[in-house]
Design a protein around this ligand. Structure first.
Ligand SMILES: NC(=O)c1ccc[n+]([C@@H]2O[C@H](COP(=O)([O-])OP(=O)(O)OC[C@H]3O[C@@H](n4cnc5c(N)ncnc54)[C@H](OP(=O)(O)O)[C@@H]3O)[C@@H](O)[C@H]2O)c1
Length: 335
């Protein structure tokens, strides 16, 4: 089978021919039809991620067909079309993941290969309505968005939600999920085209976070925002503290723009704000996220699609943040 391998940091991935995989007890082999990238894959290639061990096959998102079953696995999975929950060993506490929590695609070999070995408990039936590419786009970004918005953000239909950096993979799911819940949604993006697409998808208004005064403009034109879901951090964080309504919540799931240089605790306590962190999601979050996708017949935003051999080009697109939604890799085996 083909595996696209990170052999050295800051070097291109290399396509290797490897022996077909075998499952241990409790595991299955999935023959992948499509995978998708996350910013994590880029961070890992640059050495900017904890616990890197090389060589490794990157890729946390995948959809495919179960071809081999290890001992003890329910035989009904044989031949099933599945998506894989990439968050493993969450543990027993719904509030926080255990120390043993790991993410598919480091340290365990991931989905940029024809086959992947995963625990049977990470399998979920692929939504029949979706093609392989759309299904592969869902797992990591979908569960991160769901937990940040619903589990940690406690979004209800009454919320007025701001999603920052809407071009991102997680952010496009946040937009879709918040609209599905019935929220009024505002977004930011540095790209005019992405702002246009977000409004076309249902956002009430879109703002350029690189323009001075955008947060004041939002408040003036549209009133208060009760919930901000942010994956950027950085110096723009001050704007978020300013614009969120008294008693509001800010949930952070990432820090693409790094830590903010300044943080104003006066805003935090005087406005009685709730700042919350969120990372991926529990098995219950993953199942609830898939239900939401199905209940509202959501179609994930698939950006560009690349053949497996062009994984380096796909990664370059992620590095340059040109995407709207998920960058997908197609293994070329679709029926
Ligand atoms: N905690 C977790 O479990 C978890 C899971 C997934 C991702 N993450 C983190 O969340 C972040 C996004 O991940 P992703 O996979 O969705 O990445 P992505 O698809 O690469 O999203 C990156 C987007 O961030 C936006 N951005 C960059 N600088 C910004 C700024 N200063 N203010 C607002 N937006 C900014 C850009 O949006 P525009 O192009 O629209 O300007 C860019 O397209 C990353 O930091 C990632 O590591 C964390």
């Amino acid at each position: 089978m083909r595996a696209v391998v990170l052999q050295e940091l800051k070097s291109p991935l290399v396509v290797e021919e490897r022996a077909s995989l075998e499952p241990s007890a409790g595991q299955v082999v999935v023959s992948l039809r499509a995978a998708a990238l996350n910013r994590r894959d880029h961070w890992i290639t640059q050495g900017l991620y904890p616990g890197i061990t090389l060589p490794v096959v990157l890729g946390s998102d995948g959809a495919g067909v179960v071809t081999k079953l290890g001992e003890g696995v329910d035989r009904s999975w044989d031949g099933a079309e599945v998506v894989v929950n990439p968050g493993w060993n969450w543990g027993n506490d719904p509030a926080v993941q255990a120390n043993e929590f790991t993410i598919l695609g480091l340290p365990d070999d991931g989905t940029l290969a024809d086959e992947v070995v995963v625990p049977a408990e990470s399998l979920h039936a692929k939504p029949e309505r979706l093609d392989w590419r759309a299904a592969a786009a869902i797992p990591l970004a979908g569960v991160t968005a769901y937990r940040a918005l619903v589990t940690r953000g406690r979004a209800t239909a009454d919320d007025r939600v701001l999603v920052t950096g809407v071009g991102g993979g997680v952010a496009t799911f946040l937009l879709q999920f918040a609209l599905a819940l019935g929220d009024t949604v505002f977004v930011t993006s540095s790209s005019e085209e992405k702002r246009r697409r977000a409004v076309e998808a249902g956002a009430t208004a879109a703002f350029d976070y690189t323009a001075d005064g955008w947060a004041k403009q939002l408040s003036k034109e549209h009133g208060p925002v009760t919930l901000v879901v942010d994956g950027a951090g950085g110096d723009g964080y001050a704007d978020l503290l300013n614009l969120v309504a008294p008693g509001g919540r800010i949930v952070n799931y990432g820090a693409t723009a790094g830590p903010p240089k300044k943080f104003d605790p006066f805003k935090l306590f005087w406005k009685q704000l709730d700042l919350r962190g969120s990372t991926m999601g529990s098995p219950a979050d993953f199942a609830a996220m898939l239900s939401l996708v199905e209940e509202h017949a959501l179609q994930p935003f698939v950006d560009e699609v690349y053949p497996l051999e062009q994984a380096n080009t796909a990664l370059a697109r992620m590095r340059d943040s040109n995407q709207f939604g998920k960058i997908v890799v197609d293994h070329g085996l679709s029926s």
